[in-house]
Write a protein that binds this ligand. Structure first.
Ligand SMILES: *Cc1c(COP(=O)(O)O)cnc(C)c1O
Length: 392
C-alpha cells in the first residue's frame, strides 16, 4: 500500500525533532553533526537565534499581503542584494526551481522585446541540476531527471561539462542564453575553473548571448564569497538564488541587470507567495549576518581547515576515498566505495553528509561551523571510513 507521503524519496530511517547550530537531535534524543545542512540550506545553523528572532517578530505583525501591494521587507531585501551584487533588480520566489524559471523566462522575453524572438534556445551543461519542473528537467537534460516525464520542453541544448569545442559548436543564431552552475552541486561538486567562467563571459559578450548562472547551491557565502562567480571576477546577466538565502525558510530570488530585465514589465510574471513578509524578514537577517565584517573570511578559514583534514582522510583511507574537490564549504569527497555506503557509515557515527553525482559525498555544513566542530566532523568521518574498511 502506498505511504501517505508520496514515496518519491528513498529516505534514511532517521528523523529529527530539534536543531541547534550544526547539530540535529533525533526523536530518541541522539545528536547528529549535520555536515549537509539540509542540502546547503541551513547556512547559519539550525535555530539560529538571530533568524528565529527576525521570523518571530514578523510572525506577530503580518504574514502575507500579496504582490498586489508594496512589501517593505521585499524592497529592503532587494536593496541589500542590489547593493552587494552585479544585479540591478530582483524577483523573489519560494524555491530554486522557480528562480530558474524566472531566469529562463526573462532571457526569452529579453530577445522577444529586442525584436529577435527566434533567439529562444538555451545551452546547458551535462551533469547540471536546475530543479524539478518540466522546464528545469528539460534544461538539465539528464535521463535520471527526465525519464518518463516527456514530452519535454523544447529549446534546450546540452554540451558535456568542460567541452569548449562542443560549446562553441552548439551556439547558433537561435541561442538566447547559456546556463551554468559555477560549481555543480548535484552533479558532484564540480567547480568550473575560473578561466573557463571568464572565457564563458567573453564568449557571451562577443556573441551577444545572455549568461545565466545558477548559484542556488554555490551562492550565499558557500564558497567564501557572497557568490561563487566573484572568484572569477566576472558577473552573469541573470542569476538564480535560493537555498542559503532563507537559511531554512523557503525563499528564492532571481537577480538581473537592468538590461537583461528589459522585457519583464508589469503583468509579465508573478507569484502568490514569492517575497512574502515572513520569508523576506528572514532573508534580510541572513544577509545582515553574511555581510558582517569577517563572516566570509571566516568561511574561507574554516574551509581551509576542513579541506586539509579531508585530504588527510583521503590519504589514510585510500580504499574508501579517492580525492577532495570543491570550493570553500562546498566540498566533495570522491569515493572509491559507493558514496551511499559512505553516507550510511556516517549515520553510524552520527555525522550527516549528502550523496551527489559522480560517486561523490557532499560536505555542505553550516557556514558558521567552529574549528572544534570541524575537528569533530573529521573525527567522525574518520571513524566512518574505518568502520567501512572493517566491513570490506
Ligand atoms: C537545489 C537546486 C535547485 C532546485 O532548487 P529547489 O529549491 O529544490 O527548487 C536548482 N539548482 C541548483 C544548483 C540546486 O542546487
Amino acid at each position: 500500500m502506498i505511504s501517505p507521503v508520496l514515496p518519491t524519496y528513498a529516505r534514511a530511517p532517521l528523523s529529527f525533532v530539534e536543531g541547534e547550530g550544526p547539530w540535529l537531535i533525533s526523536e530518541t534524543g541522539e545528536r547528529y553533526l549535520d555536515m549537509g545542512a539540509g542540502i546547503a540550506v541551513v547556512a547559519l545553523g539550525h535555530a539560529n537565534p538571530r533568524l528565529v528572532a527576525a521570523l518571530e517578530a514578523q510572525a506577530r505583525r503580518l504574514w502575507h499581503t500579496s504582490n498586489l501591494y508594496r512589501v517593505p521587507n521585499q524592497e529592503a531585501l532587494a536593496e541589500l542584494l542590489v547593493e552587494n551584487t552585479f544585479a540591478d533588480t530582483v524577483f523573489f520566489t519560494n524555491s530554486g526551481t522557480e528562480s530558474m524559471e524566472c531566469a529562463v523566462k526573462m532571457a526569452r522575453k529579453y530577445w522577444h522585446a529586442k525584436g529577435e524572438p527566434q533567439r529562444h534556445r538555451m545551452i546547458a551543461f551535462e551533469g547540471s541540476f536546475h530543479g524539478r519542473t518540466i522546464a528545469m528537467i528539460s534544461a538539465a537534460g539528464s535521463e535520471k531527471l527526465t525519464k518518463g516525464f516527456g514530452p519535454l520542453l523544447p529549446g534546450f541544448d546540452h554540451v558535456p561539462f568542460g567541452d569548449h569545442d562542443a560549446l562553441h559548436a552548439a551556439i547558433t543564431e537561435e541561442t538566447a542564453a547559456i546556463i551554468v552552475e559555477p560549481v555543480q552541486g548535484e552533479g558532484g561538486i564540480r567547480p568550473v575553473p575560473r578561466h573557463c567562467l571568464q572565457g564563458l563571459r567573453k564568449l557571451c559578450d562577443e556573441k551577444g548571448i545572455l549568461l545565466i548562472m545558477d548559484e542556488i547551491q554555490c551562492g550565499m557565502g558557500r564558497t567564501g564569497k557572497l557568490f561563487a562567480h566573484e572568484w572569477a571576477g566576472v558577473a552573469p546577466d541573470i542569476m538564480a538564488v535560493a537555498k542559503g538565502i532563507g537559511g531554512g525558510f523557503p525563499l528564492g530570488a532571481c537577480l538581473a541587470t537592468e538590461k537583461a530585465a528589459l522585457g519583464m514589465t508589469a503583468g509579465t510574471h508573478g507569484t502568490t507567495y514569492g517575497g512574502n513578509p515572513l520569508a523576506c524578514a528572514v532573508g534580510i537577517e541572513v544577509m545582515n549576518v553574511m555581510l558582517e565584517d569577517g563572516f566570509l573570511d571566516n568561511v574561507s578559514r574554516t574551509a581551509g581547515r576542513l579541506r586539509q583534514g579531508l585530504e588527510g582522510l583521503v590519504a589514510s583511507h585510500p580504499t574508501v576515498f579517492e580525492s577532495v574537490r570543491g570550493e570553500g564549504l562546498m566540498l566533495g569527497l570522491k569515493c572509491v566505495r559507493t558514496n551511499t555506503d559512505v553516507v550510511n557509515a556516517g549515520y553510524g557515527q552520527h555525522v550527516l553528509t549528502v550523496p551527489g553525482g559522480d560517486n561523490v559525498v557532499r560536505i555542505l555544513p553550516p557556514l558558521n561551523l567552529t574549528e572544534a566542530e570541524v575537528d569533530e566532523a573529521l573525527h567522525r568521518l574518520d571513524a566512518a571510513a574505518t568502520a567501512l574498511e572493517g566491513a570490506a
